[in-house]
Design a binder for this molecule. Structure first.
Ligand SMILES: [Fe+2]
Length: 197
């Protein structure tokens, strides 16, 4: 089956955020659209593999291997960016309700969670996910070095932060910590709370 993706539209509020410029968001969205395009190209090629391609499948080099490895990169990139942009455009502050209760239970306090999330963002090369582990029934801040590392089965991403340089360098240079603070100021907690349901 040929599963193609159409780029999503996000809340207009992401173009007028505090401390994260419209220009940087627009550039970031162009990258996202590029990932969608690459994903669709990979899907089309997977859909038209020949008998010869199937016979030549191998773990050192083969067309099916290359396509499936890059599909992992492209698809996780798309999902991560959709989560990220949907997490933004809010007014920041602190969460409440079920999410707040779970944060308090699993981190001890919102401040503890915030400290750990930010430090994970400083330590990562790509992503931070506050994830709900459906196996262990616990929230945890997971670290990713690229779009498809180090994803863990049974974890539902609830809150997602992009720390690739393209996410902040235009506005902040090397000051990643300031970018993460700006991220917190523009969090859309309502959207994030819905990811926990
Ligand atoms: Fe990104």
């Amino acid at each position: 089956m040929l599963t193609l993706i159409t780029p999503k539209q996000f809340n207009d509020a992401i173009f007028s955020m505090k401390g994260i410029s419209k220009q940087m968001v627009e550039n970031h969205l162009k990258l996202y659209e590029g990932y969608v395009k690459s994903h669709n190209t990979i899907r089309e090629q997977l859909n038209s593999l020949s008998e010869d391609d199937y016979e030549k499948a191998g773990a050192t080099y083969s067309k099916i291997r290359e396509l499936k490895v890059e599909l992992s990169f492209a698809l996780t990139s798309i999902v991560n960016h959709e989560l990220y942009f949907n997490n933004l455009g809010g007014k920041g502050g602190e969460p409440n309700g079920k999410l707040r209760d779970q944060i308090d239970r699993d981190f001890g306090s919102f401040e503890n969670f915030r400290q750990d999330f930010k430090a994970t963002g400083m330590a990562a090369r790509g992503w931070v996910w506050l994830g709900w582990n459906t196996r262990d029934k616990v929230l945890f801040n997971y670290l990713g070095d690229s779009h498809n590392t180090y994803l863990i089965w049974n974890v539902v991403p609830v809150m997602t932060l992009d720390v690739y340089e393209h996410a902040y360098y235009m506005d902040y240079g090397v000051r990643r910590a300031d970018y993460i603070e700006a991220y917190f100021q523009n969090i859309n907690w309502k959207s994030i709370q819905n990811n926990l349901l």
